[in-house]
Design a protein around this ligand. Sequence first.
Ligand code: COA
Length: 326
Amino acid sequence: MLKAKITGTGSYVPDKLLTNKDLVRIVDTSEEWILERTGIRERHIAAKDQTTSDLAVEAARQALKAAGVKAKDLDLIIVGTCTPDMFLPSTACMVQLKLNAKNAAAFDLNAACSGFLYGLSVASGYMSSGAFKKILVIGAETLSRFTDWQDRSTCILFGDGAGAVVLEATTGSNALLYTHIKSDAEYWDYIQIPGGAAKEPATRAVVDKRLTKIRMKGNETFKVAVKTLENLVVETLEKCDLKPSQLSLLIPHQANLRIIQATAKRLGLPMDKVMLNLERYGNTSAASIPIALDESVRTGRVREGDYILLEAFGAGLTWASALVKW
Ligand code: COA
């Protein structure tokens, strides 16, 4: 059976930095509180004229170059995002246009912070069915556009960025071995942007009430995330018949250092086997895992034959995991 192999990775973050020190000037908080409670020191913010597809294209170009694949040879482009350029057309279509990937199908996928891993899962299905042979999966966000800069409990968390992978069909065993996706909408209101869409169109009143911005029940989300991810990583390894000691690297969604530490602890995994970069980027939602993966590849933390576990958790609530043999 054909499997999906990651043959190239890429990532991009905008130049502008927003540090914890900068945030102290905006909301009632302290540099120490943010670092201690989240693990974040700074995040990158898109320039006024940059949209999600602009960030996505930068990451995609790198991934295509690394894979040695031409944009015109892509069969499919999937963009995991909850902060699209606009409602219509999809951000994936804008990426197709900018890359001139004439022969691809393109669509967006919204599973919030789990969007990239949902994208990998969909792509792997197309690969194994034989429908597509070269797929670009991107996670890209401009969360800063939807951040409530008056809400100290959320505005400290988010950053902008994009990461991408090129997947190619293979009959070999170094490939994406397993993906798992799941949702539980019982907690749909834990993380939301309630206004600006069909339910609450963007009237002046809706905008003034800041309903077009992200709202989160942070502490409640934290508790479900820890419990869910602890079970998820154990179950994923069991499904793949692997012991935690066989893992070379865990690449978690970069939301909160304490959540990541709890997940690693559940596996008995030392923190030096965990990829961390949220200190520099904050929570970039669907972009966080492909950015961290690209960084791991480019810094030599991933070598041929390594088993790598990816996991994410986000609004929906949604969660997902993937096991890759590099
Ligand atoms: N600076 C200082 N104090 C702050 C603050 C800030 N930026 N933000 C919140 N606080 C205060 C709260 O007002 C509260 O004060 P009170 O006790 O007087 O009411 C106190 O800190 C504790 O708030 P709480 O929300 O319980 O903090 P927490 O330890 O849960 O940390 C988050 C908050 C958001 C960092 C944490 O809950 C989190 O990371 N949640 C999960 C996020 C996530 O994984 N999302 C899913 C993927 S997007």
